[in-house]
Ligand binder design. Structure first.
Ligand code: ZN
Length: 391
C-alpha cells in the first residue's frame, strides 16, 4: 500500500485556496487534509501548489493520448465521440492502468448519414456510422449507445461550413429533442455540438444538458445567453480548437514552451503548431466576448480542448488543457475560476463525486506544480509530480 504526506505545499482544493496544509494519501485515496500522521513518508511540496488532477472535458482519445495527457496532470478526459469498438476496451484499460488518464465517453455521436465530423475523419478507417432519421430510430440509437457503455449521449448539429466544408446534412431539431427525451428517461445527459448562434438556441430549446463548444459564427445575442443561463446548460468553450479554426497561433506558442517541448513527440509538436484556419480571426474575438457574457450570466463553464488525433491541428492531449486555462483568463476568468473549470465544476456537472476536489475520501488524483497558479495561471505547466489513484 502507498501512504505518504505531501507536505508544505499550498493547496487549491478545486474550489478555494486552503493556504499551506499537508495532504495525506493512503491506498489511492486522500486520507486527510491538514494533518500529518506519525511515520508517513513525506513528499516535499515547498514552493509548490497542489491541485486536484485536471479534467479535460472535451477530447477524442485513445491509449497513447491518455498516457500523454497524464504526464501533463490531466487525470481524466471526457471523450466526446469515438468509435465504440475502440472505446469499450479503452475504458476498461484506463480504469485499471495508473499510467493512463481515466476516461468517460458517449461512444459514437448522433449525426445524419454523411454528417459532420465524418468529413474530417477520412483516412481514420472508421466503420459505417450508426445514425437515426426518425424518433423510433432515435430510441434504438440511444439504447445501443447505452448498451455499449456510454456515460452520456452526444448530438452534432453542424453543417460543416465553419470547418471549410461544402454544406453537409444537419441534424433536425426534432431528432435532438427525441434524443434528449430518450436519454433523460434513461438517466443520461445529452451534450450537443452547436457552433452557431442559431443551432445553439435550437439545442438549448431541445433541452440538452451541455454545449461542447462555444458558438462563434457571429457575435452572441442577449437572447441566446439568457436562454443558456435560464436552462442551466453548461458550456465547454474549447477556445483551443476555436483558436485553431480561426488561425490564432496559440498552439504554436504552446509547442515552443520549454515545459511542453520535451514531453511531446515530434509529430505531436508539429500537430500542435498547426491550425485549421478555415475562418477569419475576428471570430475568435466573438468567442471571447460570448464567453465573458456567459460568465457574467452565471453559466457553468468547463475547460475542454477538443484534442483529437494527429491531423486535427492546433491541439495536443494534456498540453492543450493548460493553454485552455490561459485562454479562459483572457476572457475575464480569474486564475482560480479557470482552475475550477478544470476540476470541481466538470466533476460536479458530470456527477463524478469521487474526483475534482482535494477532500478526504476522494481519489488521490493530484498534481503538484511549482509556483502558484491561483496567481499566475501559466504555473500549471510547471509540473513537479502527478499522481493518479495515489501512484
Ligand atoms: Zn470534439
Amino acid at each position: 500500500m502507498n501512504h505518504f504526506v505531501i507536505a508544505g505545499a499550498r493547496v487549491f482544493d478545486g474550489e478555494t485556496s486552503l493556504g499551506i496544509v499537508d495532504v495525506e494519501v493512503a491506498d489511492g485515496k486522500i486520507a486527510g487534509v491538514g494533518e500529518r500522521p506519525e511515520g508517513a513518508d513525506l513528499v516535499d511540496g515547498s514552493g509548490a501548489t497542489l491541485l486536484p488532477g485536471l479534467i479535460d472535458a472535451h477530447t477524442h482519445t485513445d491509449a497513447e493520448a491518455l498516457r500523454q495527457a497524464l504526464t501533463f496532470g490531466v487525470t481524466t478526459e471526457f471523450d466526446m465521440l469515438s468509435m465504440p469498438q475502440q472505446m469499450i476496451p479503452l475504458r476498461r484499460k484506463a480504469a485499471a492502468s495508473n499510467d493512463l488518464a481515466d476516461v468517460r465517453s458517449p461512444s459514437i455521436g448522433l449525426t445524419p448519414a454523411g454528417g459532420h465530423p465524418q468529413q474530417l475523419r477520412k483516412g481514420e478507417g472508421d466503420p459505417p456510422w450508426p445514425t437515426a432519421a426518425s424518433r423510433e430510430e432515435v430510441a434504438a440509437f440511444v439504447e445501443d449507445r447505452i448498451a455499449e457503455g456510454a456515460d452520456y449521449l452526444k448530438v452534432l448539429v453542424e453543417d460543416g461550413r465553419l470547418f471549410g466544408s461544402a454544406p453537409l446534412p444537419r441534424l433536425a431539431p426534432e431528432l435532438v429533442a427525441a434524443t434528449v427525451r430518450e436519454s433523460h428517461r434513461r438517466g443520461k445527459m445529452v451534450l450537443a455540438h452547436a457552433m452557431t448562434v442559431e443551432t445553439a438556441e435550437q439545442v438549448v430549446d431541445a433541452g440538452v444538458d451541455g454545449l461542447t463548444h462555444l458558438f462563434f459564427d457571429r457575435p452572441h445575442t442577449a437572447e441566446v445567453v439568457g436562454k443558456i443561463a435560464a436552462a442551466d446548460t453548461f458550456v465547454i468553450p474549447t477556445l483551443t480548437v476555436i483558436a485553431s479554426i480561426t488561425g490564432e497561433p496559440a498552439g504554436r506558442r504552446l509547442a515552443e514552451d520549454r515545459r511542453v517541448r520535451p514531453k511531446l513527440a515530434a509529430e505531436w509538436r508539429e500537430n500542435l503548431s498547426g491550425a485549421m484556419a478555415t475562418i477569419p480571426r475576428e471570430h475568435f474575438g466573438y468567442a471571447l466576448e460570448t464567453l465573458s457574457a456567459l460568465k457574467e450570466a452565471g453559466v457553468d463553464v468547463l475547460a475542454g480542448t477538443d484534442a483529437a488525433h494527429l491531423g486535427a491541428p492546433g491541439m495536443a492531449h494534456g498540453a492543450s488543457l493548460h493553454d485552455e486555462l490561459r485562454l479562459l483568463t483572457t476572457a475575464g476568468f480569474t486564475p482560480t475560476e479557470a482552475l475550477r473549470a478544470a476540476t470541481s465544476v466538470p466533476a460536479r456537472r458530470f456527477g463524478l463525486a469521487d474526483r475534482g476536489r482535494i477532500k478526504p475520501g476522494l481519489r488521490a488524483d493530484l498534481v503538484l506544480v511549482a509556483g502558484d497558479p491561483t496567481v499566475t495561471i501559466g504555473d500549471t505547466l510547471s509540473i513537479r509530480r502527478v499522481w493518479r489513484n495515489g501512484s
